[in-house]
Design a protein around this ligand. Sequence first.
Ligand code: GLU
Length: 302
Amino acid sequence: MYPYPYRGRFAPTPSGPLHFGSLVAALGSFLEARRRNGQWLLRIDDLDPPRELAGAADCILSALEAFGFEWDGAVMYQSKRGEAYQQAIERLDARGALFRCACTRKEVADSSLVFDGEHVYPGTCRQGVPPGRVARTTRVRVTDAIIEFVDAIQGNVRQDLAHEVGDFVVARADGLHAYQLAVVVDDAEQGISDIVRGADLLGCTGRQIFLQQLLGSPTPRYAHLPAAVNHQGEKLSKQTLARPLEASRAMPLLVAALSFLGQQPPPELARAAMRDIWRWARENWTLDKVPCRRSLPAPAIA
Ligand code: GLU
């Protein structure tokens, strides 16, 4: 059991404006937190300056406000958390859990080890960087770790990390800390008891639980919502040219997101005032109705 009261969060990456897929994650995590009388925190995952769009973080906060979301406490920014990530690296290193690696992305991709379309690190630098090569990244050594957890929506999840992922990067070649590390450090710092997010991140959860175990952080409970995909089956994102959330369409989009999440809002709710939509959502939200699917087609309005 997680040792603290319910605390959820929404952690968008400011690589572009929010879209319908982000609205689904924000709405699901918010409504579940409120249903459980918990807090809902906001974190801006601006860990990766090259991927950010100037002004996107502010634009995300205004969009959330315009859609009627209310978060607790101050917003956390990953860009200000470098020292905490470095301390975590040092703790992992002191445990002998890390090694330096000279492999480029291409070299890892060229190795024949693949699981479910993802490249598995072949262990090249595990015993030391080969002579003449320069260390680029820092990886965490994945010992025979079978990670199992019960996802509140997706059911039993089991991941054999060594065979499905391999040793993974915690500090990147460009000097930045990796998302897998940052998310674990921040969720622990913020006391997040429950992570409700898109199922496109389900494949990362094993790595995050593994890091929590190494760092001695409690493992939150997880609920992975179906991810919204376009006609081509691609996740909605800036890359797939997802339509930004516009405040002028807030009401029908909120109702569409409730439908997407299986909540069966009455058709007349689409014409209701924002306040009434939120009241209905808070009174009727139940996680049990969310479809047990990794992805679902986004509605036409998205
Ligand atoms: N920042 C991540 C994203 O926008 C989500 C992080 C998380 O929920 O763990 O995809």
